[in-house]
Ligand binder design. Structure first.
Ligand SMILES: [Zn+2]
Length: 262
């Protein structure tokens, strides 16, 4: 059974991803920070909400959960811990869940927050390319800010994602791509695939089309936070530090800090 995945825009730049099983008339939503746009979408498509998947506890990811569960009484999957009480099925690394005939493996990705998890669906269960709901961990062209975790934790989380198949479709929670890629170009001005990606994404945004999903292969070639072991990124970190970075972790930390004030 193949699912259809569509973005429901919310707030300034959030994507609330909805997975749809049309023949069954059912759907799941990832990180419903707002109830209203999801409710409207489900009604106009005559869909019943079968599950809510949460990546982490930030308000723009969970704000709509109470209102949606009141209407649909569906399970709420989310990270184990006590950060928010609405979770009915608490998940940890290595767990898997079945939603709309789709199997998701749970990957713990601390860094942006300590409780962050990602949902990975294999090609067998989606009927097509593998899918990752990456929340605020890995963005198209960038990665989440380190609100709670350390650079080492985030680097290890991104390394887990880097181990997934290159054709994995990456569904992140924000349309930050163009500003992320502008920063990426400051880190690696000579990266040709990156320049081509910027052009591609500009054209999409000019037509108000989402730049998400991207693929893991694209991120490996153009996202500086997935490239901290690559020489051009190490050299950029060296330029900021005034000496060679001592480790990949230090490279990551320097690039992440640079992005915070870019
Ligand atoms: Zn967040």
């Amino acid at each position: 059974m193949s699912i259809e995945i569509v973005p429901v825009p919310a707030f300034q730049d959030n994507y609330l991803w909805v997975g749809i099983n049309r023949p069954q008339g059912t759907a799941f939503v990832v990180d419903p920070g707002d109830c209203e746009p999801i409710d409207r979408f489900l009604r106009s498509n005559q869909l019943t909400l079968a599950a809510i998947l949460i990546t982490h506890h930030h308000p723009d990811h969970i704000g709509g959960v109470d209102a949606l569960t009141k209407r649909f009484r569906c399970p709420v999957y989310g990270p184990k811990g006590d950060r928010f009480p609405q979770v009915t099925d608490a998940l940890v690394e290595g767990d898997n869940i079945n939603v709309l005939d789709c199997r998701f493996d749970i990957i713990e990705t601390p860094g942006h927050t300590l409780d962050h998890i990602c949902y990975y669906a294999h090609s067998e269960s989606t009927g097509e390319k593998p899918v990752l709901f990456s929340g605020d961990t890995l963005f198209a062209g960038g990665c989440g800010r380190l609100f709670e975790g350390t650079p080492g934790q985030m680097l290890a989380s991104l390394a887990k994602i880097a181990g997934l198949p290159p054709d994995t479709r990456l569904y992140c929670a924000h349309e930050y791509t163009l500003s992320n890629l502008r920063f990426a170009a400051a880190v690696e001005p000579a990266n040709q695939p990156l320049q081509a990606r910027i052009e591609r994404c500009r054209r999409l945004r000019d037509q108000d089309i989402p730049t998400v999903p991207s693929t893991l292969a694209e991120e490996t070639l153009t996202n500086p936070f997935m490239r901290t072991a690559e020489r051009p990124v190490m050299l950029a970190a060296e330029g900021r530090l005034g000496r060679p970075p001592k480790s990949e972790e230090e490279t990551f930390a320097v690039i992440r800090k640079w992005k915070d004030s870019f």
